[in-house]
Design a protein around this ligand. Structure first.
Ligand SMILES: Nc1ncnc2c1ncn2[C@@H]1O[C@H](COP(=O)(O)OP(=O)(O)OP(=O)(O)O)[C@@H](O)[C@H]1O
Length: 279
């Protein structure tokens, strides 16, 4: 069995994202993904260098780091889509070495655009994917979760960037997965569409699904993630809650050079263009 996790004391009044923290600290932490000493070499190149971490059930866990750090490689190995060089990975009690099929049934992975047959509309695509899983899912119910019922007869290519992302997140949920993996789900979206997607991802977590996400947006990670791991050069260089990371940096004497205004240009964007689901 896995050891109990020690929860550090926190001062709630200083929490930036109090909802996430309350959610995080109220949960009993059971690892749903365990990665031990994972190594991945592409030829002579060591893309992932002996990393170990756990993802807890019911959390939004972020893998952060610069381009080429090894995030996607790590995710694809956990998703059983890529072979590892060495190490041990357990997903919801199953080993990637011996039970890849069981893992596939328990996870949801966003498809690349090429996976959406161009001649089928959104309803038909959901019916198709449901059929592949042997599940009878009502397309309109799935589309309603991501505010796309009005696009049920539209083709994937006719959707905006935000709508495409919402649809692809809906498809990850078709098999009622225990864990979903989202690789840079908000890249290229406008600020409003990003925030709408954050709400959706939080809703998915709150309904009991564990979410593993990569992003290059630190504001996004701060709002969304219960815990984050920073990956650099194929190694994990830190793992903690966003709040603890920031507190530790401040305690080390770090100070921002610039005075920060009470609002940002992004706040102006949202204020002027509204917050409704659209686009
Ligand atoms: N199929 C492959 N063959 C050889 N090298 C690869 C392959 N896939 C990835 N790499 C290399 O492995 C390293 C890690 O790539 P990976 O895609 O995992 O990084 P990442 O952290 O997801 O980056 P990004 O933020 O740009 O998506 C990179 O140096 C990349 O060039």
């Amino acid at each position: 069995m896995f050891p109990a996790v020690k929860i550090p004391s926190i001062e709630l009044k200083n929490c930036k994202n109090i909802n996430n923290l309350c959610h995080f600290y109220s949960m009993e932490k059971q690892p749903i993904i365990s990665v031990k000493n994972l190594v991945k070499n592409y030829g002579d190149f060591e893309a992932v260098r002996d990393i170990s971490f756990e993802v807890y059930e019911g959390e939004i866990f972020g893998l952060l780091g610069p381009n080429g750090a090894g995030k996607t490689t790590t995710l694809e190995i956990i998703e059983t889509l890529r072979d590892k060089t060495s190490g041990e990975i357990i997903v919801d009690g199953f080993s990637v070495d011996t039970n890849a099929e069981s893992i596939k049934q328990r996870i949801g992975v966003q498809l690349q655009a090429a996976g959406y047959y161009p001649n089928l509309n959104l309803s038909e695509l959901i019916e198709l994917f449901s059929g592949l899983y042997g599940i009878n899912k009502k397309p309109l119910e799935m589309l309603e979760m991501v505010a796309l019922t009005d696009k049920a007869k539209a083709k994937y290519k006719q959707l905006s960037g935000g709508q495409k992302q919402r649809f692809s997140i809906a498809t990850t949920l078709i098999n009622n997965p225990r864990i979903i993996f989202l690789d840079e789900p908000t890249t290229g979206l406008d600020p409003q569409a990003r925030r709408n997607l954050w709400d959706l991802i939080i809703k998915i977590r709150d309904s009991g699904t564990t979410v593993v996400i990569t992003t290059h947006y630190m504001d996004e990670a701060e709002v969304l993630c219960d815990r984050v791991a920073f990956v650099d050069g194929g190694k994990i260089v830190g793992i903690d809650t966003p709040d603890n990371f920031v507190d530790k940096l401040v305690a080390s004497g770090f100070e921002r050079k610039k005075e920060v205004k009470a609002a940002t240009l992004e706040d102006v964007f949202i204020d002027l263009t509204g917050k409704e689901w659209r686009g």
